[in-house]
Design a protein around this ligand. Sequence first.
Ligand SMILES: [Zn+2]
Ligand SMILES: [Zn+2]
Length: 303
Amino acid sequence: MDFELKILGSASATPTQGRHPTAQLLTAGGQQYLIDCGEGTQWRMLEHRVRPHHLRAIFISHLHGDHYFGLFGLLGTMHLQGRSQTLTIVGPPGLDEVLTTQMRVSGMQLAFGMEFVCVDTEQVAEVYADAHISATSLPMRHRIPCAGYLFAEQPRRANLLKEKLPAGLRPDQLARLAQGHDLPAEADQPALRHADVSAPALPPRRYAFCSDTRYTPALAAHIQDVDLLYHEATFLEDLRERATQTHHSTARQAAQLAVAAGAKRLLIGHFSSRYKSLEPLLTEARTVYPAAGLAIEGLVVSL
Ligand SMILES: [Zn+2]
Ligand SMILES: [Zn+2]
């Protein structure tokens, strides 16, 4: 199964040439999920050939504009393109109120259903699950209620080992084994245990999205050994005071969290528009966590 992250935008609050506000696309098992939807996200989707139609669910971290001002436009486009499949929108309290107000005052009646999942941004709790992934909320410490999300693929199946399968199995017996069942003994065949003819399943891959937040070391306990961590790094360490005051983090702090969590990879993002070059942010993160990378537009990470 594919498990892939694409960065559509990585800037913070004010417009910056060549950078775009937060939006990411997670693809898992052929399904697509949008994470945050800053202004102009649908143009980024157009550039990267992501069809709005195909989105299964949208996760919004918080209601600062750089994380959701693109949502209403995107919903309008889905409506005009004739979407009929229900869309799940996961986000903090107030998001449903904003969207229903926008729809009411603009007289827009969507052609598809919307299911809102209101996230308690203080809790670590499962907020979404389907056949491919689950998502757990992660409490961020920001100026307004804000959730990060830990995405995990559903448990993977053990692969059958051809060389260990006895000859002469019928298709229905093979199908049962492939589904993880044991085979009972039959007249001409002894019982067969699934565990004896399969390789152990690989652990589910996990991606932690830590949006706007003050440095919060306690987060590490909830995302131990995560395959990929995205963490905001709005400022450099020399502006740590400002980061704390504005409820943001520095590149060094993002890297410290990656170390504490034992993350296998780190991407930093949500860069302040004051930084024309992002190299100093990357260099600072790498002094603490050498495998750090920049979440820049168009970057694809396959896990
Ligand atoms: Zn922001
Ligand atoms: Zn914010």
